[in-house]
Design a protein around this ligand. Sequence first.
Ligand code: UDP
Length: 413
Amino acid sequence: MSNLLESYAEVVGADIVDQLRQLAEPLRGMKVVHVNSTRVGVGVAEILDKLVPLMCELGLDTSWEVITGESDFYQCTKSFHNGLQGHRTMIPEHLLRAYEETNARTAERLRPVLEDADIVFIHDPQPAPLMELCPARKGTWIWRCHIDISHPDRHIWRYLRGFLTGYDASVFSLAGFAQALPHPEYLIPPSIDPLSDKNMELSQDEIAAVQKQFGLDSHRPMILQVSRFDRFKDPLGVIEAYRLAREFIPGLQLVLAGGTASDDPEGEAVYREAENAANGDTDIHLLLLEPDAHRTINALQRSADIVLQKSLREGFGLTVAEAMWKGKPVIGGDTGGIRLQVVNYHTGFLVNTPEGTALRIRYLLQRPGRVTEIGGKARQFVRENFLLTRQLREYLTMILAIRDGDTDRIELS
Ligand code: UDP
């Protein structure tokens, strides 16, 4: 057994890894390509970072390609993101042209590898048009949607759907996100990597050094939200909740840690809005982190008493699973994939308003025993449901199911 798989066996158990090897055996040598729009700073990139080497170790010839463009391309795809997650959004014609032209240029670059692949995973809307730009494709094309498209802007969905209908399958994180498409749809929630810098165990010294670096007082309570500076993550709602809770929890500290992903043109403006809302409060720490600050985020998550993810829309919310894996109760927005992870009163609390969030912060910080109890259940829940090996198992099973076509069983040998 290879080293990487062996290290997973230590965390999840040897039987789980044996099962992966068994599922992968009939797929050995298959060429698999993943395409997304950035290598860092968003959930998809976090997942691919380890999923790709693991698929390689299991014998699938797997690679990861990235579509990149100029500012108009990112403006357009950010508008798709906002529109698909339910905001009414008008996208000017010239931005749509930039989207299509960037895909056409990317197709020129990637056509040989994409047309030759047995399986192509296209992640999210950014590279969606690539399929029809690869007319000699021989493999199976799967659209993997990571965002909440339960209530999309109809115009945007109609436009994008035109690029998606020719795909062989699509994958959504939750049943509620699935849309009518003329091909099989699969439900596979995302996952976190327990061995990554973001999630591995850290020494107390390293955690203390990060607290010191950002001027955090380990003797006072601390709440944290890790997110891109994006309005759907509701940083202003978090600040409001902190203010309300602080009335009852003297000395409370808030850390809002994020960066701006390279494919997100709105990050800077949202950061400024949060800065204005913080209004010079020295117990609100707005941290703009480098995209590779994984150990720093890990240490911050371990430093927090409670972790928030007060999103207004959320595809899944990897930050939720990351915090739960570290034994932290999560107070999360009652939306999208957060609902899969946060089980009210058991692994955390679901909330809808800053007031509700403040109430739950107060409830937990005044009951340290509940923090430990809920945190313990949260870690166990992630172990059973949201580790990378579970997602990999489901991808392999899906590939086998697609390979076996209409038969109602999967043959492994
Ligand atoms: N993340 C990061 N740096 C940041 C902000 C976020 O590394 O400044 C990571 C975060 O820890 C998580 C991922 O990026 O692993 C964000 O995934 P999530 O599903 O929570 O949200 P998305 O950004 O994909 O909407």
